[in-house]
Design a protein around this ligand. Structure first.
Ligand code: FES
Length: 171
């Protein structure tokens, strides 16, 4: 293999790796402007501590543990200052996190009337731009419009600065 072929293969391999990682951990944040894609950092966090009165230092690796039935979505810090954020649920697909008066809730982002993506920019309702259905940001229940059922809701846990959602719907 010559140098040119080696470089070409490395570029292809890097692209495939980045694409695979992004598919798992991408987090799309709604800012009112065009959506932005956030590449989330690694799950592990590290902290370095040095005890007084002792020589030397020790490095501790803090493993972020998750409850059974929950999957990592990304760092909770990426939600700072936001009212909502889209993410890809590993089993249920297009989903969104909604800041309900300071508490993060997770719902399917697909309207139950037809496959339109719902929106939330704060306020009292998640809304569907297609035919005007509205849903509660507290539990996904239908507030108005033609939607026949509530949005599927998933559990949310924030542990060690990482945000997890349940693999099964809770509502
Ligand atoms: S698709 Fe949402 S209200 Fe019709």
């Amino acid at each position: 293999m010559n140098r040119r072929e080696f470089i070409r293969r490395m570029v292809v391999a890097s692209t495939l790796t980045v694409t695979g990682i992004a598919a798992v951990v991408e987090l799309l944040a709604r800012t009112g402007a065009p959506e932005q894609v956030y590449q989330l950092p690694t799950v592990q966090t590290q902290s370095t501590s040095q005890s007084s009165g002792q020589t030397g230092s020790s490095t501790q690796t803090q493993q972020v543990s998750m409850s059974p039935g929950y999957v990592l979505i990304g760092p909770s810090s990426s939600l700072s200052g936001r009212k909502s954020a889209y993410f890809t649920h590993p089993t249920h697909g297009s989903s969104m996190l909604v800041n309900d008066n300071g508490t993060w809730k997770a719902f399917s982002a697909i309207c139950t009337h037809a496959p339109c993506t719902v929106q939330y920019g704060g306020g009292s309702a998640i809304s569907c731009p297609c035919h005007g259905a509205t849903f509660s940001p507290s539990d996904g229940s239908v507030l108005g419009g033609p939607a026949p059922a509530p949005l599927a809701e998933y559990g949310v846990q924030i542990v060690g600065g990482s945000l997890f959602v349940s693999t099964a719907r809770i509502n």
